[in-house]
Design a protein around this ligand. Structure first.
Ligand SMILES: NC(=O)c1ccc[n+]([C@@H]2O[C@H](COP(=O)([O-])OP(=O)(O)OC[C@H]3O[C@@H](n4cnc5c(N)ncnc54)[C@H](OP(=O)(O)O)[C@@H]3O)[C@@H](O)[C@H]2O)c1
Length: 334
């Protein structure tokens, strides 16, 4: 193979928002598959808020990306050469291939994707880790069921937009919290949310009081900070608060205060539970089947924001997440 393999490496650990100095790009040879391996040409790379956490040299649920290492990333692509019995040239696959144009794999953690059901980018979104996070967070951790009032923050993002659609299908009343009138209109007019709160223009606490006068059964938190406090103040008896993420704090350079309203958990006999989607790996097929069925039935609309521009645009595309520039799942086309 004569092509080169451009790859993004972590050059230095960022303080605050990553900048151009955070990343370096180099060119390697395109790998040849060894026995038991195949080589993938990456077509789309997933942009995840969690990537910001992976850059910090702290103990977490996965080791930090080492300085000089190729940036960890989920991606989808196509097998271009194979010496693996289960993978053939042309297969579409998803896996943790990293931010690089070509990757060799032994198949561990790799899923073959069905392009008849949905195009490749959706396999990083609703049918990928995003959808798995929404499904297990909502139903396993949040124990959402018909009749519940479900509030989700980051509602127009990748995970949040799937959470809301799953909750609607399960018979819940769904209130989304998102930044800006266009995102809010998308949630109510196209995804069927019962209501949306524009946290950039409205008082979240007051609007929750109006929209959920009897309180909230499930709060699915993607953002943390003040919005978490506003939701805690509106819990109903036996409510479940699902700690999925806290994007509002990911670039903070000072320690962030914890929620002030946590005594609402005591008063309401409520729970607040964090989870990591990787713990559900054994059950991904269950979630993928359920979400696939809803897509087929036209009850769940996957949406991706595809940024063109290839490897060189990785750093600036990642930062779009922190600016709220994406609606649905953000992916980079290589
Ligand atoms: N626990 C797990 O296993 C797991 C797995 C996957 C993801 N997550 C977490 O789930 C959350 C959502 O991830 P995603 O991939 O779906 O990303 P996403 O929601 O598609 O993108 C991030 C969104 O967050 C919002 N945001 C950014 N800064 C904010 C701020 N300061 N305050 C409030 N909202 C802000 C923006 O939307 P607005 O325009 O609405 O501000 C932005 O579009 C993240 O916290 C992520 O870390 C957790």
């Amino acid at each position: 193979m004569s092509a080169t393999n451009r790859q993004v490496r972590l050059a230095e650990r960022p303080v605050g928002l990553p900048g151009p100095q955070t990343w370096s790009i180099d060119e390697a040879d395109v790998p040849e598959p060894r026995d038991g391996q195949f080589v993938v040409k990456t077509e789309y790379v997933s942009l995840d808020p969690a990537m910001r956490g992976w850059l910090n040299d702290v103990r977490s649920y996965v080791p930090p990306v080492e300085i000089g290492a190729v940036m960890r990333a989920h991606a989808v692509g196509r097998v271009i050469a194979s010496k693996h019995p289960d993978y053939a040239e042309g297969d579409a696959v998803s896996g943790t291939f990293g931010v690089r144009e070509y990757a060799a794999s032994d198949g561990r953690g790799v899923v073959k994707v069905d392009e008849d059901l949905a195009p490749l980018p959706s396999w990083l979104g609703a049918l990928g880790m995003t959808g798995m996070t929404a499904y297990f967070g909502l139903f396993d951790v949040g124990k959402a069921s018909s009749g519940d009032v479900v509030v989700v923050s980051g509602a127009a993002g990748a995970v949040g937009s799937v959470v809301g659609q799953l909750a609607k299908d399960a018979g819940c009343t769904v209130i989304g919290i998102a930044g800006g009138p266009d995102k809010c209109a998308w949630l109510t007019d196209e995804l069927g949310f019962d209501a949306a709160i524009d946290y950039k223009a409205e008082r979240v606490g007051r609007r929750l009081r109006e929209l959920a006068p009897d309180g909230i059964d499930v709060y699915f938190d993607n953002v943390g900070g003040q919005i978490l406090d506003d939701a805690l103040a509106r819990l109903r008896l036996n409510a479940r608060v699902v700690i999925c993420g806290a994007i509002s704090t990911y670039n903070a350079t000072e320690p962030q205060p914890g929620p002030a309203r946590y005594m609402s958990l005591l008063v309401n006999r409520a729970s607040m539970t964090g989870f990591v989607v990787f713990d559900y790996e054994d059950r991904y097929p269950e979630a993928a089947a359920a979400i696939g069925e809803l897509i087929r039935a036209g009850k769940l609309t996957p949406r991706e924001e595809v940024v063109e521009g290839g490897i060189a645009k990785f750093g600036e595309t990642l930062n779009l997440l922190f600016e709220g520039a994406n609606t649905g799942k953000l992916v980079l086309a290589l």
